[in-house]
Structures are given as C-alpha cells and as structure tokens.
Design a protein around this ligand. Sequence first.
Ligand code: BEZ
Ligand code: FE
Length: 290
Amino acid sequence: MRTVNKDSVTQSFIDYMGDDTDDRLRFVLESLVTHLHDFVRETELTHDEWRKGLELLFDAGNISSPERNEFVLFSDVLGVSSLVDMIHSSPDVTPSSVLGPFHVLGAPQLDVGGDMLGDNEGAAVVVAGKVLSDNAEPIAGAVLEIWQTADNGLYSGQDVEQPEYNLRARMTTDVDGRYLFSTVRPAPYTVPEDGPVGELLRATGRQPWRPSHLHFIVTAPGHKTLVTEVFPSDDPYLDKDAVFGVREKLVMDYQPRDTIEALPDDLVIKQSLKGKQYYVVDFDFYLLTQ
Ligand code: BEZ
Ligand code: FE
C-alpha cells in the first residue's frame, strides 16, 4: 500500500476488509468511511480542526458515566437519533421519538384512572386515550411506560427533592384499549450543557432547550414497540427543540377545563378536581403490526 494517496486511500480502506466481513457491516462501514474521507477532502480539514474533534470525543468519554452518555447526547443534538427514528417510522402509525437519558426501569404499576399528581406542585392534567393497532382496533393489555418532569423541569433521579419514581408509572390498557391518568403539567428543560455537547451548542449559537413533553414506551404483543413523546402545541420551544424530537403528529393541546362532569368515573381524583382549573389531554397511540 506504499502508493496510497489522498484519492486512493478510500478504496484502499475498502479493499483492506477481509472476505469474512459480515455483509451489512461491510456495507455500512464502506459508506461511513467513504463519507468521512469525502468530508475531510471537501473541507480540507486541518490538523488543529481534527485534533479539536478528537478532543471533543475524548471529553465526551470522560464526562460519560452509567447515568450520563455524552455520545448519545451528541447523536441527539446532531439530529442523528431523530434521523434514525424517522427512517424507521411508518407514516401510518404514531411516530417514534428520542428515548432520552431519563427513563428508568421498575416504575410502579398504576391502574387505569390512577393518579401520578400526588403532592406535586403545578397545573393538574388528565391524560386519556387509547392504544390501537394500525387497523384502528383497540389493543387490550398494551403496556405504557410513562415518565415526565415535575413543574421545575427536573425528572426524579435528577432532583433530590422528588421521591424515587415520582411522575413515573407503568399502565396496562383496559378491555377497550383505554389508558387514563392524572398528573402535573411537565415543564421545558435544557439538555446537559456542562460538557462538550454544551460547548458545541454555544459555539454554533444554539439554545439547549427541549419543549415540555410526556414520554411513553408502548408495548403490545404482535406490535412494534413504540418509544415516543408528546408535546403541547403552545410550548415556546416547540420549533426549537435541541434534539429535533418534535413531529406534527406528536403535538397535542392542553385543553383547559373547570367542570368535572365530562371526566370518566374511573378517574381516581375526579371529585377532588371539582371547582378547580385543570387540563385535559387526549392522545391515541397507533402501533405497527408485526
Ligand atoms: C429527554 O427527553 O429526556 C432527552 C432527550 C434527549 C436528550 C436529553 C434529554
Ligand atoms: Fe425528556
């Protein structure tokens, strides 16, 4: 390979892969390295610029821990996580969106109609809807994992003031495919800015905010698992999400209410909402049959 030059190095890399390389790995790596080499040639990347890029990766490794993965955050703010989602999302069902770093396993089971609001401060919200198959048949026994921030924009686990599993639950849909719970309205928050991702956002004049959202993982036998989030139409950051997670079909309204008559009877806190202002969110999830 002593004749390698700036034009032939890409083909040299490709030829270097052994015959027993997995086909998909060969395809993906060939494409990745071809784009990477083209990028270096096109930008005429300098030593200093490449070193800076490698330093960012080094810093990402250093600041990462079991609780924080700066590489995932890079993928999020560069739009790669969302691009992978969009490529594999069917237009006929609810779009997927980023998982984020704040999901935890083991959230308590909540019956349909149950309450997550508890002692949390902030505006009360009743969230209701169905889980349906792509043929619009309701799915009984679908499982929703739900998590969200408190009114201060922090998740339990980030905020020592919040009890373990605050604003986290697991709910199984009833015979009609219904889910229903009461909660507090979540708040917008910033992605972690104290590492290399924050440095990149500042250097490119970007803001770190995410619009407020409710996270869901929805699973049902015979269906593709849906990881998604739902955003309010009036959030100030809806069109500026730092991680490109918003999709038109994931935008809902917080509908203000001041009477309880129209609320379902199995909503546990129905009577305590009497005479109060609260919001209703209506959102159905459509899952892809597998
Ligand atoms: C989240 O929604 O929890 C999240 C997603 C991507 C980066 C940071 C947070
Ligand atoms: Fe989130």
